[in-house]
Design a protein around this ligand. Sequence first.
Ligand code: SF4
Length: 340
Amino acid sequence: MVTKDNIEEKLDLTESERKWLENPSSLPLLVTDYFFSLIDKNNIDDPIRRQVIPQSEENRGEDFLDPLLEVNYSVTERLIHHYNNRCALLTTDRCFTYCRHCFRRRFTGTSSGAISTEQIDDAITYLKAHNEVKELLLTGGDLFTLSNERLEYLFKSLREARKDIILRLCTRAVATAPERFDDSLMEIIKKYNFGAPFVLMAQFNHPVELTDKAIKAVSRFIDIGIPAYNQSVLLKGVNDNVDILEELSNKLMYNRIKPYYLFQGDQVCGTKHLRVDIVKGLEIEKELRKRLSGLTMPQYTADLPQGGGKVILTENYLKEIHEDHVVFETPDGERRSYPR
Ligand code: SF4
């Protein structure tokens, strides 16, 4: 593991990285040896390095700790119910590797710990009383930092209480700790893979993360019938480039992972230096849409501040509305009329 105590032995730090070390922010520095090995140590702009090695800009103190108002939408200690038909369960604050762009800094890496039996039971009681909830995001932190025993208790309790709920397994571990998905863990997942489906929600942000090991970890889910989706975050100096995103999407789809979301960075404190200007993001989206099929195109999406919810960000192709027809602009900038 790479931490703030040994990072200087492993990497020649930039001034900004060294300054962070002198005055660390609340989100710990923790990177698995595997993920760290993907960094080109001679490149200070390496896309993995930018995602996991903190810089002094994190301490600027701008933005919000909880822009999505998750605390306000919490219905039990660990359960968030914002959207009518789905909830998110914070299974742990721990991750194998902490991403500097993490949108849940209010909770991630805070030593809140793994979800307790009582916290699971409280969430179950709520879910039993709320049939409108059709999907549950098992998130955190990273779900798969939980022990196999805790995971088994969680899956068993959920399947017994509501086997009609789709369980989204939200994890970055397939990218940062692919060895976690060994036979014993996959046996547990197989055992509870009945009723409403499990869906794997991965986070790959750059094509270099899609190594053979990472692809194999995801394949273990797909091979037992669990579909895989990817949620990337648009990050300055990491993937704010059409060529990189095109390669990422094609590589994901080739490996049976559906590119689902491309998130605009949330207004979370400590992440501003990684956030992309939303107008640049829209230009990237427009160009990407020309290059990719509908199957490989992720939805560029913003989670609006003050708990405003998600909105899809895309070019408005509808330019004029008339009494008997509308006028569109084609992706290549030409005009087409369509009757009403
Ligand atoms: S893995 Fe997810 S929860 Fe953990 S630090 Fe990264 S973005 Fe945050």
